[in-house]
Structures are given as structure tokens and as C-alpha cells.
Design a protein around this ligand. Structure first.
Ligand code: 13P
Ligand code: SF4
Length: 303
């Protein structure tokens, strides 16, 4: 029996469901029961009824959200080291300091945060619903973290003042994209449409035809009449884009823009995770209760 068959067998025996983010390795995406962006995966985890185990092939904060939203399930993260560095950039102290300085400003946090940060905010958001979440407040000034680029993008879209916490939170992978690379690719593929993730710089957003979350990019590419696309986000998404659109061509805007954390999950590690039921994601109940409220409020916002 090959590794894939072993995983499928074990998954059935243990009543497990495999969720994978759009940046996962192709073989992980292919074996997953569900692939999506961070909001879709959170919703899926929250609504999961049948499975006893949720194996979350992604990074720490996504698996943590699943454990918070569906506390009766066993949530497994196949690799302990799969951590989002951006989520580590916002400390509890930073949030407390910002709240003291701006006591009347609501606090909106990107889901790319640790559970303890989520527990301190009014509501969470993802890149798929950040504009709608911000617009759900009457306040004109809002504390927003940790991604400064997303904060700038949402401020442009809503006309509100977003105070970034920390001052310069960023995704190291999306920071690698440069508009110069898009210019070169455009010379080679003049009809290509440019799609970028809002974690990219404002310079990248300016050369984009479409800005959106990973799954929004997938939808945009499928619905678009264009045949060629330059993609400004982690290269893992190219697998899904090509699979869903075999008649279209996709070029990553910078080939080395890889999220090493997302790539830590391999078939071997997924198998070991299922077999040994490791690594169980646990969030202290007091933190989980508060963080759940912030996540649930996000789901109440129409996007
Ligand atoms: P999405 O919600 O768009 O999938 O983004 C998650 C992420 O970590 C982007 O780097
Ligand atoms: Fe975090 Fe960036 Fe990786 Fe997304 S791509 S998980 S934001 S480091």
C-alpha cells in the first residue's frame, strides 16, 4: 500500500477529516477533503459534525482557530514548527499599550494572530472580509493588526483611519514580491491579468488588476475571460489554479516567494500525525472562550 492509500485508510478508520490551505504542497492538497483560504477553513472546521478528528494542514493560527471554534473535536497540526511569523509579531503587551493610547478605538485583528491576541480584540477578520468587518463599525479610527499592508489596503477601501499594531507587522513571504518582476512578466505575457494578495506591498497592489484572498483569487481566475494570470501570492496556490483551470496559464510573480512554514507539512508527516494523533492543538479555556467571541463576531458580518 502506498502512503496516500495508507493515509486514506487511516483517515476512514479514525473518522478524520483533512483540511488544507491553498498554499499546501500539491500532494497534500490532492489528498485533502477540503481546500480553502483561512475563512473557508475556519468555517468548515466550525461546522464539522461527523468527524472526530480534524487534521489541519496549514500553520498554527489556523489550527488554533479550528480548535477554538469546534472544541469537542481533536484538532491536529501535523508539524509543530508550522508557525506563521506574522502572527508572532503582535504581542499581548503591544495590544494593551495600543488600547491604553487609543481607549475609544475598536480593535480588529487579522486571524493571523495567536489565540491570546484574538482574546483581546473586538472582532477578527481575514483578507476575504476585512473591508466589511471594518465597515461594520461606526468608529472612524480603528486599531488593526498585525499586517500593515492589509491595514493600508482596507484603509484605502473604507476611507477610515486604521492604526497599525504593531507599527510594522508583515508577512515575510509576501514582502518578496516586487512590481519590477511583474513588469518583466508583463513584457513576456502582455495579456496576462495580475492578481495579488493584500499582504503584498502598496506598490504591488498598484500594478494589480485584482486584490483578494487566496480563494477569492481562485474564484476570480475561474470566472475571468482572461487566459493568462500573473499571481502575487505564495506559489502553492498555482497547483489549485492550474487544476481548476486547465485551459489557462498561471505565472507566479516571484518564484522564490515560498512560505516555508506552509511547506513543512509532507505526506509522511501527515501520516504520522494521523497514526499517532499528534500534535493536538490545545488552547486554554479562558483564552479560547474570549477568542471564540471575536471569531464568531467575524462570522456575523455579511461579506
Ligand atoms: P488567505 O486567508 O487569503 O488564505 O491568507 C492566509 C495567509 O496566511 C496569507 O498569507
Ligand atoms: Fe504567515 Fe505569510 Fe506564511 Fe501566510 S504566507 S502563513 S502570512 S508567513
Amino acid at each position: 500500500m502506498n502512503l496516500t492509500d495508507k493515509i486514506v485508510k487511516l483517515k476512514q478508520e479514525k473518522k478524520a477529516v483533512i483540511l488544507a490551505h491553498n498554499y499546501q504542497r500539491p500532494e497534500i492538497q490532492d489528498i485533502a477533503d477540503y481546500i480553502g483560504d483561512s475563512i473557508e477553513l475556519s468555517r468548515k472546521a466550525m461546522q464539522e459534525k461527523e468527524a472526530e478528528i480534524i487534521v489541519f494542514c496549514a500553520v498554527d493560527f489556523m489550527a488554533e482557530s479550528a480548535a477554538i471554534l469546534n472544541p469537542t473535536k481533536k484538532v491536529l497540526l501535523p508539524t509543530l514548527g508550522a508557525r506563521c511569523p506574522m502572527a508572532q509579531m503582535l504581542t499581548d503587551e503591544e495590544i494593551k499599550r495600543a488600547k491604553t493610547q487609543h481607549p475609544n478605538a475598536p480593535v480588529v485583528l487579522y486571524v493571523n494572530t495567536l489565540a491570546s491576541a484574538k482574546a483581546q480584540c473586538d472582532v477578527c477578520c481575514t483578507s476575504a472580509n476585512a473591508v466589511e468587518v471594518i465597515n461594520s463599525f461606526d468608529a472612524e479610527t480603528i486599531l488593526f493588526g498585525p499586517d500593515r499592508n492589509l491595514a493600508e489596503y482596507v484603509a484605502e477601501k473604507t476611507g477610515k483611519t486604521l492604526i497599525p499594531i504593531p507599527e510594522y507587522g508583515f508577512c515575510p513571504t509576501h514582502l518578496l514580491f516586487q512590481p519590477e518582476d511583474v513588469t518583466v512578466l508583463k513584457l513576456q505575457h502582455p495579456n496576462a491579468v495580475v492578481m495579488v494578495h493584500p499582504e503584498c506591498s502598496s506598490e504591488m497592489r498598484r500594478v494589480a488588476d485584482f486584490v483578494g484572498s487566496t480563494s477569492k483569487m481562485c474564484r476570480y481566475a475561474s470566472e475571468s475571460k482572461a487566459k493568462e494570470f500573473i499571481v502575487g501570492t505564495e506559489e502553492g496556490i498555482l497547483h489549485r489554479l492550474r487544476k481548476e483551470n486547465p485551459d489557462k496559464k498561471f505565472y507566479v510573480a516571484y518564484g522564490d516567494a515560498v512560505c516555508p512554514n506552509m511547506k513543512l507539512t509532507t505526506l509522511d508527516r501527515l501520516y504520522a500525525s494521523l497514526k499517532e494523533e499528534k500534535y493536538v492543538v490545545k488552547v486554554p479555556e479562558n483564552t479560547a472562550r474570549k477568542a471564540r467571541k471575536s471569531l464568531e463576531r467575524m462570522f456575523q458580518v455579511k461579506a
